[in-house]
Design a protein around this ligand. Structure first.
Ligand code: IPE
Ligand code: IPE
Ligand code: MG
Length: 257
């Protein structure tokens, strides 16, 4: 039994977040939805700060889904502008703080300017190690799985992989974020309790945490609440509670712990 699979939960190594509720945040203030997206971008900075301060090694943020392309043209256009601005303004500071940035999703659907900025941000920050920030943009979990299947199919057709050799490991190695531990903790803000085509494969044993708080209102206190809740959970990975505690016996009586 791999010991670290059942380690008692403490600080997550990898946090994955669906940043939801920007539109409603603005609507409640009778403002256009784009104002909510702008406020949401500021909350991203708080979340990055929080992860760095708490020693969370990897943060994956859902910024724009495959399905979000279907929103009104005006909203998609505003989001693209915001995205480009953020790439122009934030990358240097993130780099200075030791953040490695990566984008997952269908990059070819973005315009040239955004794609070029994404490539540049990844190249500039590639050797940083303080926080591994992955931004899921034009991302869908189903797209990710289909992509991995296509890549395996190409290798089978070319004779590089035998169908018998296709196992979970071979598949997982072709899915996004395969070089990171799977998310330990998933947070969705905005009150809806669904996964909305986020990391479908990667979330298999992730602890899920939902809050009514709208993304622009998320602060360190909200995130701390999620971490506190996570720290109390027993992750069993299909085993029994007794098996899990047996692999982490309590300290013998009489010790100071
Ligand atoms: C999340 O906020 C941001 C994106 C999907 C781009 P929403 O825009 O979905 O906000 P709500 O859910 O409508 O309030
Ligand atoms: C999920 O939120 C995608 C992002 C936060 C980027 P949505 O607002 O698109 O999800 P649904 O439509 O409520 O499921
Ligand atoms: Mg939403």
């Amino acid at each position: 039994m791999p010991s670290d699979a059942t380690q008692p939960a403490r600080v997550p190594r990898h946090l994955a977040v669906i940043m939801d509720g920007n539109g409603r945040w603005a609507e409640r203030r009778r403002r256009p939805r784009v104002i909510g997206h702008r406020a949401g971008a500021r909350a991203v900075q708080n979340c990055v700060d929080f992860c760095i301060e708490h020693g969370i090694g990897a943060l994956t943020l859902f910024a724009f889904s495959s399905e979000n392309w279907g929103r009104p043209e005006e909203e998609v256009g505003a989001l693209m502008k915001l995205f480009l601005n953020a790439l122009e303004r934030e990358v240097d500071e993130l780099h200075r703080r030791g953040v490695r940035i990566r984008f997952i999703g269908q990059r070819e659907r973005f315009g040239d300017a955004i794609r070029a900025r994404m490539d540049a941000a990844e190249a500039t920050t590639r050797d940083n190690t303080v926080l591994h920030l992955s931004v899921a943009a034009s991302y869908g979990g189903r797209w990710d799985i289909v992509n991995a299947a296509r890549s395996l199919a190409e290798d089978v057709a070319a004779g590089r992989v035998k169908p018998d050799a296709i196992d979970e490991h071979a598949f997982a190695s072709r899915i996004a974020l395969s070089d990171l531990p799977p998310p330990d903790l998933f947070i969705r803000t905005g009150g809806d309790t669904r996964v909305s085509n986020f990391l479908l494969w990667q979330l298999a044993y992730t602890e899920l945490w939902f809050t009514e708080t709208l993304w622009p209102d998320v602060d360190a206190a909200t995130l701390r609440q999620a971490l506190d809740d996570y720290a109390m959970r027993e992750r069993r990975f299909g085993l029994t509670g007794a098996q899990v505690s047996a692999s982490f016996p309590p300290p013998p009586a009489g010790t100071d712990e």
